[in-house]
Write a protein that binds this ligand. Sequence first.
Ligand code: 9UX
Length: 72
Amino acid sequence: SVQVCRIQIKGMTCTSCSSTVESALQALQGVIKAQVALATEEAGVQFNPNVITYEQIMDAIEDTGFEAVLIS
Ligand code: 9UX
């Protein structure tokens, strides 16, 4: 199955920041697709909930040094 979530990411100031987060998300087992938009400070993530939870996705964002807040 596929689940989607939107996450607000606080503290990104340049495209290198957003690329770092996007690459970290794309490297996670269970993540199917991840896009990070600097302008809106948002990540959109498609994932397999049998493999990874949105909490683990948010932890991975925070491991890159930014604050993650679940939107939906
Ligand atoms: Mo550029 Mo983004 O140094 O923190 S990576 S501002």
